[in-house]
Ligand binder design. Structure first.
Ligand code: GAR
Length: 201
């Protein structure tokens, strides 16, 4: 699920193409924004796309029901929030325990939770004056950025960093590496559990 430029989605697409996600396959990209460049990246890679927007008429529950419908149609087993900028309700997250993962551009528990997203995270890290930041991939539960951590990677802050230069370096040195790694790790765990319950092991 995406909302913006989709560089993390691109990292997942490239990793799958390179054979680095042997236990998973990107089946569908859902965006909550019509113009998100992530949709173009998906279409260029031949991946099906759906736009689901939150409207005043049906609110959060209706928005999430339309997402659930798309996921159920395809039997989706793992949801990856790759720059998805809308907070999902508990009603949604409890339906998919340890089946939703998110990439966040800081070392959780620093600079995370409600209001910390995108460039704001890097602005906050620079304003605080931390010397090390990074990225985190974690499971998504009812607490924003509060689910179990799967992977983290640290990135050093430079004296002359701006929010924009820092954002780019955190992506290059951390997010684009740990998100595909975590995706494969969780897909492998899910396929292992399926084999267990099928009695194959
Ligand atoms: C990424 O830095 C991602 O970690 C962040 O938004 C950016 C999306 O970029 N996500 C959050 O802040 C979520 N709380 P992308 O669209 O190029 O992947």
């Amino acid at each position: 699920m995406v909302s913006g430029g989709g560089t993390n989605l691109q990292a997942l697409i490239d990793a799958e193409k390179a054979g680095k996600i042997p236990h998973g396959h990107i089946d569908l990209v859902i965006s909550n924004r019509e113009g998100a460049y992530a949709l173009t990246r998906a279409r260029n890679a031949g991946i099906e796309t759906v736009v689901v927007r939150k409207t005043d008429r049906d609110g959060q529950a209706g928005f999430e029901d339309r997402i659930i419908e798309e996921l159920e149609k395809r039997g989706t087993e793992l949801i990856i929030l790759a720059g998805f900028m809308s907070i999902l309700s508990e009603r949604f997250t409890e339906k998919y325990p340890e089946r939703i993962i998110n990439v966040h551009p800081s070392l959780i528990p620093a600079f995370c939770g409600k209001g910390f997203y995108g460039l704001k995270v890097h602005e906050a890290a620079l304003a605080y004056g931390v010397k090390v930041t990074g990225a985190t991939v974690h499971f998504v539960n009812e607490i924003p950025d509060g689910g179990r951590i799967i992977k983290q990677k640290a990135v050093y802050i430079k004296e002359d960093d701006t929010p924009e230069t820092l954002q780019r370096r955190v992506m290059e040195e951390a997010e684009w590496i740990i998100l595909p790694e975590a995706a494969e790790q969780v897909c492998r765990e899910i396929s292992g559990k399926k084999e267990d319950s099928d009695g194959k092991i």
